[in-house]
Ligand binder design. Structure first.
Ligand code: AMP
Ligand code: MG
Length: 396
């Protein structure tokens, strides 16, 4: 096989994909991908401020055993008062440090005697500038505070708010069509299927994984029977309104597996067809000549769900403009892992049992929806390796 590891296949296919365009975004930033930089509209902090509750002092007043009158105060939310030439000012965390103040003495380092204070520290223990946050020490006006390619979260929103940024350039969401295939699969979700029929579970797992990302917009979720012409026409039509099509089923070597042929008929460039992974080996990754993604996942529900998470989401993230689109999964120890190894990347269903600890979920195979439903995600064990790891863990 062309690629040894999943990420090699992803990187290779990513070169064929076209990122989506950008737009100005005024509201609902969360989960969207930033396309421009956010810059500081003023220094942060905007002025010298106190880092502590205490007393603002001039260095000339720092003397052994000095008793110093408290001449006033500087409170948060008020402009700076004048610094007295003799004595100190009471000052609060975040309040402006007035011109002429050289240091802040913490309250705990003073003896408070009503209208005056006595310093508990010796002059050698007080340094110029202590407990003062300088204007611009976090960022100076005009500097970059957020870079393009991030998925905007609450921390980013706080930074944006601090610098008065509400409208940003964002990548527009990637438009995705989900297309399940197979004559045995039906939309009788509520009714009882015949024994040779199946309820469509892939549409649910894939749509749910995609819907959790605000940088994805699901255009439609549909089903196609195993008919070459119908599959061709459906794909050709959905490509008009989608940036990517995620398919399940029909991707192997069976007589009814038309997905590879139809993708080629449509001019798709197949970057991989088959990867050394379990489950999900028959997976097909292709791109149209205008950079749209065609991902054919195997029909088995465990393969389709794992393949969507491990391969589909990163490729869509790349198209969505995310700079860190290759997954960086946290690692877990895999308790009770056994010592079996396989010559493939093994994506094992797992359940978290403690902080940083997971256990394999016993499964009858890639059609076992009970084991899928009992899992929190899967661990990725590299080829020929076994044991507790730690291994990367991909949560649902
Ligand atoms: P295929 O990859 O088309 O050979 O499909 C493999 C197996 O996956 C089928 O025999 C079905 O048992 C199952 N399958 C395919 N599509 C779905 C689906 N949408 N939902 C649930 N199971 C499916
Ligand atoms: Mg099929």
């Amino acid at each position: 096989m062309k690629f040894k590891l999943p990420n090699e296949a992803l990187i290779s296919l990513s070169h064929e994909l076209q990122p989506v365009s950008t737009e100005a975004l005024e509201t609902n930033h969360q989960g969207r991908i930033l396309a421009g930089t956010v810059t500081a509209d003023r220094d942060s902090p905007a002025a010298d401020v106190s880092a502590m509750d205490g007393y603002a002092i001039r260095m000339t007043q720092v003397q052994p055993e000095a008793s110093l009158p408290v001449m006033g105060e500087s409170a948060a939310g008020s402009p700076a008062p004048e610094m007295p030439s003799h004595g100190v000012l009471r000052i609060f965390t975040g309040a402006i440090v007035p011109q002429g103040c050289d240091a802040v003495i913490k309250r705990e380092d003073t003896e408070e005697l009503g209208s005056e204070i006595r310093l508990k520290l010796s002059p050698a223990e007080i340094s110029e500038g202590q407990h003062i946050r300088r204007a611009g020490e976090n960022a100076t006006k005009g500097s970059t505070v957020l870079k393009p390619g991030i998925e905007i979260n609450g921390a980013h929103k706080a930074t944006m708010a601090n610098f008065g940024c509400s409208t940003v350039a964002a990548f527009r969401p990637v438009r995705v069509t989900i297309l399940t295939t197979g004559n045995e699969v039906g939309t009788f979700q509520q009714e009882a299927p015949m024994p040779w029929q199946l309820r469509d579970s892939n549409r649910e797992s894939i749509a749910t994984l995609l819907a959790a990302r605000n940088w994805i917009s699901i255009v439609s979720v549909e089903h196609c029977i195993d008919d070459r012409n119908q599959l061709h026409d459906t794909l050709a039509d959905r490509l008009k309104t989608s940036d990517a099509i995620l398919m399940t089923g029909g991707v192997s070597m069976g007589d009814y597996d038309y997905v590879p042929d139809v993708i080629r008929d449509l001019g798709g460039k197949v970057v991989f067809h088959g990867l050394p992974i379990r489950p999900g080996k028959p997976v097909l990754g292709a791109a149209t000549n205008d950079g749209k993604l065609l991902l054919g996942l195997p029909g088995n529900p465990v393969s389709a769900t794992i393949g969507c998470q491990r391969l589909g989401i990163p490729l869509l993230a790349c198209m969505a403009g995310k700079s860190d689109w290759l997954p960086k999964a946290p690692v877990v120890q895999l308790a009770n892992s056994g010592n079996k190894s396989i010559p493939l990347t093994w994506l094992r269903l797992a359940k978290l049992v403690d902080n940083g600890v997971a256990e394999p979920v016993i499964t009858q195979g890639s059609g076992d929806l009970v084991s899928l439903g009992n899992s929190d995600g899967f661990v990725e064990v590299p080829p020929q390796q076994s044991g507790e790891g730690p291994w990367p863990f991909y949560a649902w």
